[in-house]
Design a protein around this ligand. Structure first.
Ligand SMILES: *Cc1c(COP(=O)(O)O)cnc(C)c1O
Length: 349
């Protein structure tokens, strides 16, 4: 006997990456957090936060953050919909657009939260494998004809990107929504924001969790034409962005100077780490994100994951056939990366 719908009983729960207790001494390179602290301006806003602002309900549309994000992206504020992390936007989109006769499609492997939301809505799930070299399977996704198509770009766990032309062809060929999840775009060479202006079925998702070092704050947003966002608003929790997230997030996104400095450091570390691991004999997929997909020379990724963990370094291992011989490793500080290279070099001996 269950209290739940059949599709809930039948689905697997989303399994988050491990979060060790704050007092555990580990080098944490498993969930793509930013190794640098949040913007000092954002921290000032947090410290100065008035208790009176907590007594009242927040602005249901997080207007202050909306304005700040709109200014940075050079769009008008009604093109921005803030959420409790970009996960929240994924939930809203699935609730609004997926269902028993409205399929969800995405290329695989990818972020496993898409399948969870599709299953909750009892939608048919269409998984299309990436092509060689992580090529986006545009024609196959169009043929799937889903009501909602998710593409993480940069993709996870590969860190690779589809071109804007490929995404435009996909948007053009789909009758349903195209969700371009740009969680890692801060570390990339280009973005697909322009497609939201060219196609009325495109929504771009952004988050402050990765590029802005605010994973714990929980703040993300969608960018799309106002009529698409009006539909999504109907499915959102009433006060989905807390007063704290709204104020701190507004200060963080406005501090582009600090953001750009952190991103530049991570990109430089990414290239350095990629080179070091390559010299040791590891195969590294060229990445436009803040992580690397790395294949040990013997393909014994699970063994390496366990050995690294035993030596206090946490990376991500996915039990999935296509990537069972690889590890996803978040870019850390130069000192963390050095410790990683040292450990990964010893593991080859
Ligand atoms: C981290 C991540 C997100 C979002 O995270 P939030 O913390 O909920 O904003 C979304 N999509 C992908 C692919 C991610 O890796």
């Amino acid at each position: 006997m269950s209290y739940f719908r059949d599709n809930i009983d039948a689905m697997a729960a989303y399994v988050p990456g491990e979060q060790p207790a704050a007092d555990e001494k580990v080098i944490k390179l498993n969930t793509n957090e930013n190794p640098y602290p949040p913007s000092p301006r954002a921290m000032e806003v947090l410290r100065a936060f008035a208790g009176e602002s907590l007594r009242l309900y927040p602005d249901a549309m997080a207007g202050r953050f909306r304005q700040a994000a709109a200014a940075v992206l050079s769009v008008s504020a009604d093109w921005i919909l803030p959420g409790d992390g970009s996960d929240d936007l994924i939930v809203m989109i699935a609730r609004a657009a997926a269902g028993p006769t409205r399929a969800v499609a995405y290329p695989v492997p990818t972020f496993p939260f898409y399948v969870a939301q599709g299953r909750i809505e009892a939608a048919e799930i269409v998984e299309v494998p990436y092509g060689d070299g992580w090529k986006l399977p545009v024609d196959e996704l169009i043929a799937a004809g889903a009501a909602v198509t998710f593409v993480a770009n940069p993709s996870t766990p590969s860190g690779t990107m589809a071109t804007t032309q490929q995404l435009a062809a996909l948007a053009d060929g789909l009758a349903g929504l195209l969700v371009i999840d740009e969680a890692y775009v801060d570390f990339a060479d280009f973005d697909a924001l322009d497609l939201t202006r060219r196609f009325d079925n495109v929504i771009v998702l952004r988050t402050l969790s990765k590029g802005y070092s605010l994973a714990g704050l929980r703040l993300g947003f969608g960018v799309a034409n106002p009529s698409l966002l009006e539909g999504l608003v109907k499915t959102k929790a009433i006060y989905n962005v807390s007063a704290v997230a709204c104020a701190v997030g507004a200060a963080a996104i406005a501090d582009q100077k600090y953001h750009n400095e952190c991103v530049a450091k991570i990109k430089a570390s990414r290239e350095a780490l990629s080179g070091e691991l390559g010299k040791l004999g590891y195969t590294v997929t060229p990445s436009q994100a803040n992580f690397l997909l790395v294949r040990p020379p013997a393909g014994d990724a699970e063994r390496m994951y366990n050995r690294l963990k035993a030596s206090g370094i946490l990376v991500r291992y996915f039990k999935r056939a296509e990537i069972a011989d690889q590890l996803r490793i978040t870019i850390g500080t130069p000192a963390q990366n050095e410790a990683l290279v040292h450990a990964m070099s010893q593991l080859l001996e």
